[in-house]
Ligand binder design. Structure first.
Ligand code: GCO
Length: 447
């Protein structure tokens, strides 16, 4: 059941990841403003079981203990996100010192334990006040984001050296503005198109904001890629595949790479491009120090009755051929290699980091133990393909497990458990699962 760590080398970063809204709780503490996820979870019918992030894992208060756990398991890095409305409660103007103080303490707590902090600036909790003005569909959000990024980097940049601007732009724009299943719950191709362009612009503006305030830091962003299996070989299938890839990752990667929008792939991409103004084509380009890859499963294409698109990416669910997780996703370890290869082929970024990979399975806590051997197999098999990518010359030098703790899985609520550590949400008791202990053993032997 073990894994040979030698192929990863001594400089490989082993970490765990989480996001503010999914773990923190204390949604009104210390002057925080409401976020779109506070609004969404408090709207009946949006989230399974009516779950909210009001308490979550109480990590806002328990972070020192959780970081003790990270250290005891042997991980060298913690990826966490900053809640924008804790820093800028109404999205513009007043910067809340208490919010900055909190994340400054979290940063120090990481460093005191020998854990490197990796900070994500946006993991989906937009200040509600900005949503009231249109959210990402409103171009002025770009400037607001750059100001916020600058304020955070100014405060933490002396201690934080790895920055991730966005978490999965393709996911939060499509689920939030097109499919309506994540906050802000819209189903509007028109607003989706505007949001995509503004998010791409904000990637670049945010990166500039961080670099201005924290020169010399490593700046990247995290993309979800689920390599799509071609549905067939006809030219119709090929066109559908191109459209889904454009929507799934190309229109989020390529403008930042200076390649413009892949407008011939699907009409919706032309709708996005229409939001370009003035010098956008130039301002949108970012010279990334690294890119984060988040990989969970492979994709397929399904027909979609959405204007501007006939097909959308979706997940496979072939119960006969593959193991299926409680999220309904196929376990497809080889896809992590394909996703890395997709990024590497562009030749635009010097290195890659797996900023998320993990699995939700039906965990049961019996006599203080969770025997999650399926999770161990999941990580081992994915890591073998990461090692293969390195052997083939793809520069990938870090891996962050999603997630340290069981937490609020967005619209799926608390039913989906992704943690290495089991959380009893009534008592907040943490119990490391067998997978956590597996990593502990592995990392203790690392080169
Ligand atoms: C995302 C986020 C995480 C999720 C994880 C499991 O991809 O949705 O980055 O917040 O919890 O991916 O779905």
């Amino acid at each position: 059941m073990s894994l040979d760590l030698a192929p990863f080398g001594p400089d490989f970063t082993w970490g765990v990841a989480h996001a503010s809204y999914q773990v923190e709780g204390h949604h009104e503490a210390d002057g925080k403003g409401p976020s779109i996820w506070d609004t969404f979870t408090h709207t009946p019918g949006k989230v399974r079981n009516g779950d909210t992030g009001d308490v979550a894992c109480d990590h806002y208060q328990r972070y020192p203990l959780d970081l003790d756990l990270v250290r005891s398991l042997g991980f060298a890095a913690q990826r966490f996100s900053i809640s924008w409305p804790r820093i800028v409660p109404i999205g513009r103007g007043f910067v809340n010192r208490a919010g900055l103080d909190h994340y400054s303490r979290v940063t120090d707590a990481c460093l005191e334990r020998g854990i490197e902090p990796w900070v994500t600036l946006y993991h989906w909790d937009l200040p509600q006040a900005l949503q009231d003005a249109g959210g990402w569909a409103n171009r002025s959000t770009v400037g607001r984001f750059a100001d916020y990024a600058h304020a955070v980097a100014e405060r933490l940049g002396d201690r934080v050296h790895h920055w991730i601007i966005f978490n999965e732009p393709s996911v939060f724009t499509s689920l939030g503005y097109l499919m309506g299943i994540h906050a802000p719950g819209l189903r509007s191709p028109r607003r989706f198109a505007a949001a995509v362009h503004h998010v791409n612009l904000a990637q670049a503006a945010g990166a500039r904001g961080v670099r201005a305030a924290a020169p010399g830091s490593q700046v990247g962003t995290s993309h979800a890629i689920s390599p799509i299996e071609p549905p067939g070989t006809s030219s119709r299938h090929e066109r559908a595949l191109h459209a889904a890839e454009a929507l799934g990752h190309r229109m989020f990667l390529e403008p930042n790479f200076g390649l413009g929008y892949p407008t011939d792939a699907a009409p919706i991409v032309r709708l996005v491009e229409r939001h370009q103004r003035g010098d956008d084509e130039h301002d949108i380009v970012v010279d990334w120090d690294f890119l984060g890859l988040q990989y969970y499963t492979k994709g397929k294409i399904r027909p979609a009755p959405i204007p501007g698109m006939r097909f959308v990416p979706s997940t496979n669910r072939d119960f006969r051929r593959h193991e299926i997780t409680t999220m309904g996703w196929e376990v497809r370890p080889e896809g992590i290699y394909d996703a890395l290869a997709t990024l590497h082929r562009y030749g635009k970024v010097p290195r890659f980091v797996i900023t998320e990979n993990g699995v939700a399975i039906p965990d049961v806590l019996i006599d203080g133990r969770v025997r999650d051997h399926r999770r161990i197999d999941f990580f081992r098999s994915h890591l073998e393909h990461v090692a293969r990518a390195r052997a083939d010359g793809i520069p990938v030098d870090g891996f962050f497990c999603w997630s340290l703790l069981d937490n609020l899985e967005w619209a799926e609520g608390y039913d989906q458990r992704f943690g290495l550590v089991h959380v009893d949400f009534d008592t907040q008791v943490r119990t490391p699962k067998d997978s956590a202990l597996w990593f502990q053993g592995l990392l203790a032997d690392s080169p």
